[in-house]
Write a new protein. Structure first.
Lengths: 132, 132, 132, 132
DNA sequence: GTGGTCTAGACCACC
DNA sequence: GTGGTCTAGACCACG
């Protein structure tokens, strides 16, 4: 599973991890019984302290989305109802609006913003291919 | 100008104020030279401490969006960003990446994300026209 | 790093801290990656409130001179200024004008002012060499 | 007499006026019996409130440097001992150091800083000629 | 009335 | 231990 943190958002890191597990679950990217990355592995990958990952997993387990099996790992257990298209678009729209506002402040034209988004999408794809 | 706070988002209150001023600027809801609510008035309206509003306004002034005149008030200035090109590109890229990651979590295809960005851009333009 | 406050100058305390960090950076007294005193420690040393130090460090981070790592400390980064050329020229001009006005009040001739600037530049260079 | 304010220094405006009167006196630019600009005139010239000028003049009168004669104006009365060359250079050096520190942060080379100072000196001279 | 600074003390997130 | 945010309340400078 893919994780990414934003240290400037003000949203607590452990919450961002929870958000992303829930997001992946909601979109079907996480199947029942699937194993999550180990606490050590994820902490190392995100360059954060193990306590922080442990806290996120702990709250997920408390919420019943996940079950940790001692010595084996952490597994996704619950099937959450996937978000509908409308809700997804709304959440996404908020992230896009933030980019539009930045672009406006920086006097970047609409066409250039679109081109920039295409570039970043390509960069992400490249990285995913490399990681695979 | 209209303000609304979300105390559960984890996003610092002073940042939410900054975000909303920037958003209003981008959508044309704020005219050059227009006076923002006084620190005391906004603090009372949002039921938060004066210091929190003062901090938000202070950072906005630091960023060049706003100019505070001692004893008179705080005024919106449509100043262009004082940051250099490198930093601007970095900040804009970060905002776009956040949207890309969100889209990835929701399994939204690249083309749909681009289309969505175009829609939101149109919506902003519409709002700016209406405000004018 | 050494700090000293002047409570009678009228210059805000948090600004004096910023000034001194910038000065140390310019004179080589601060190495890239070096840790600054912790907020709590500096506040105690200067007998001021933690918030005041936090504000100074916060603005330094905003200006890119310093990077704070949550739970670890605040570190000096020899980053170049993120401001654009126009703003940089304006700020630098303002600093020079202040010296010119001072010189005018003291009836110091232009040539002497230039000579004095050369001397001070040499003094800074000397200090940087010594620090290295 | 020439006055100039720096609204960003943190030093109170009324104090800056006092400083400059004292500076002019110390350098011999103000002779015993000489008339200072009227409160209204100075306030207008500096674009500040008359109260602020009144406060500065009031404190100067309280200190005995100045005497206001009702309906006639404000006059310089005291002869303060002029600062010696050493002290003047030290005060000036401080202002120059601030400029050097800015220049360092902006990665402006020493030669360019010197050139810039020459330019600003010329600009000041031009303005003074125009005003005359 | 306006904005600006500082203190004291609290709570949170992260290492 | 570290930094980050917020509150309550004080005092100052400016119009």
């Amino acid at each position: 599973m893919y994780f990414e943190l934003n240290f400037k958002s003000g949203r607590p890191v452990y919450q961002q991890i929870i958000d992303q597990v829930k997001g992946a679950a909601a979109s079907g990217g996480l199947r029942r019984g699937e194993q999550l990355p180990s606490i050590r592995a994820l902490a190392e990958r995100l360059r954060i302290n193990r306590n922080t990952v442990a806290r996120a997993y702990g709250e997920l387990e408390h919420g019943g989305l996940v079950k940790s099996e001692h010595g084996r790992g952490v597994f996704f257990t619950a099937a959450t109802s996937p978000l509908n298209a409308r809700t997804r678009r709304e959440l996404l729209g908020r992230a896009l609006d933030a980019a539009i506002i930045e672009a406006h402040h920086f006097r970047v034209a609409d066409e250039e913003l679109l081109k920039l988004l295409q570039e970043r999408l390509k960069a992400f794809k490249r990285r995913r291919v490399e990681a695979a």
